[in-house]
Ligand binder design. Structure first.
Ligand SMILES: Cc1cc2nc3c(=O)[nH]c(=O)nc-3n(C[C@H](O)[C@H](O)[C@H](O)COP(=O)(O)OP(=O)(O)OC[C@H]3O[C@@H](n4cnc5c(N)ncnc54)[C@H](O)[C@@H]3O)c2cc1C
Length: 345
């Protein structure tokens, strides 16, 4: 007979928390997942999954859930002067909406006998911390200059599977998700002079960063108003500055700039990294404190290179001098696309 196992409480049901919940249930670990909002739900995300290895998805038990995602291979980079680069991704990316993906993963946890409590916000940090995993996404950093905006479009033909557009003070990606929809998601420097509504924000910001032709395209693209969401007050890099008794996964551990399309991969990877230790903790074979501090160190080591390289390029993407540099370097192949792709994964 299997011995009794400690329950793991997962706080936050995004990519990291949900995939971890599935993987733990597949190993018969009791799981209680607390999610502040409800499924299905649109989220600010490029919905472009790139860099995660099939073995990781298999180990987490989410491969089947992603099996009907779009396969995205061709990419085109543009600025306000036109095409900068066309390339094929060395490894195809996957396109699926967070609306669909997160709901599927939450349902899978329940199907496997786990508990998912929607509409439940975890607040009592510091009370009983052993066995609690924080996968709460981007920590709020007031004063941050960045904001993310996203919307789905139903009639927006794309030239490549992924179009990346670089503007003055922001950039955005456009790629396919299910049902012929195109997800448009951008990162912009916040502008206090722009007065926008939820539905017009994305198009207004696209215009404000000098991408007028693209804004015209979006206006004709059949925006789904329900899918318009925004987020602000976050920074990039490690989010582990304060000591914590919790295991911190996904964006709660480290945030990579979105032009890489690697944030969700990092969330899956961090869930995979935590998995075996959590199973052992649940079986009473390892102390929580020992496991927790070793995990922070492992996370720093695992993501150091990709965070370093992407933070170097990120500011460059959104200013004129930087974009001129990128345009020249990519056209003359001084900056091989494949090199940048590999180093940010
Ligand atoms: C503009 C932009 C574009 C992006 N594009 C891409 C892309 O194309 N590809 C890619 O791979 N990544 C992209 N990312 C990054 C990607 O969205 C994140 O890396 C990923 O969502 C991280 O997953 P997570 O599970 O850590 O957090 P999240 O997916 O943010 O989930 C966190 C969850 O925790 C819940 N929560 C928070 N606090 C509490 C609490 N106290 N109690 C209970 N629940 C709580 C939230 O409601 C949320 O559901 C983008 C990010 C931005 C900002």
């Amino acid at each position: 007979m299997a011995s009794r196992r400690e329950e793991i409480t997962i706080v936050g049901g995004g990519i990291a928390g949900l995939s971890l919940g599935i993987a733990l249930r597949l190993r018969e670990v009791p799981v209680r997942l607390l999610e502040a909002s409800h499924y299905p739900r649109h989220r600010v995300c490029g919905e472009f999954i790139s860099g995660v290895k099939p073995e990781t998805l298999q180990k987490l038990g989410v491969e089947e859930i992603l099996s009907d995602s779009e396969s995205l291979v061709s990419t085109g980079w543009y600025d306000d002067r036109g095409s900068v680069l066309e390339a094929r991704l060395p490894v195809p990316a996957r396109g699926i909406s967070r609306y669909r993906l997160d709901q599927r993963m939450a349902e899978k946890i329940v199907e496997l006998g786990g508990v998912v409590e929607e509409g439940t916000r975890y607040r009592t940090e510091g009370s009983d911390d052993a066995g609690v995993v924080l996968s709460t996404g981007r920590p709020v950093k007031k004063g941050s200059e960045w904001m993310g905006l996203k919307a789905h479009y139903t009639a927006l033909p794309l030239v490549q599977d992924l179009e990346m557009h670089l503007g003055k003070g922001g950039y955005l990606g456009m790629s396919g998700v299910e049902n012929g929809r195109v997800n448009v998601c951008g990162l912009f420097r916040r502008r206090s002079d722009l007065k926008v509504s939820r539905e017009t924000a994305l198009q207004e910001y696209v215009r404000a960063v000098g991408l007028n032709d693209l804004a015209d395209r979006l206006e004709k693209g059949g925006q789904d108003p329900e899918s318009c969401v925004g987020v602000s007050a976050f920074t990039f890099g490690y989010q582990l500055e304060k000591e914590s008794p919790y295991l911190r996964l996904g964006d709660r551990g480290a945030i990579i700039p979105p032009f890489t399309g690697n944030g969700m991969s990092m969330a899956f990877e961090s869930a995979e990294m935590a998995l075996d230790s959590l199973v052992r903790y649940s079986e009473g074979k390892v102390e929580w404190d020992t496991m927790q501090s070793a995990f922070d160190q492992a996370l720093r080591k695992r993501f150091r290179r990709r965070l370093g390289v992407s933070r170097l390029f990120h500011p460059v993407m959104a200013n004129r001098v930087g974009r001129t540099f990128i345009r020249g370097a990519m056209k003359t192949r001084c900056l091989p696309f494949e090199w940048l792709f590999q180093k940010t994964r």
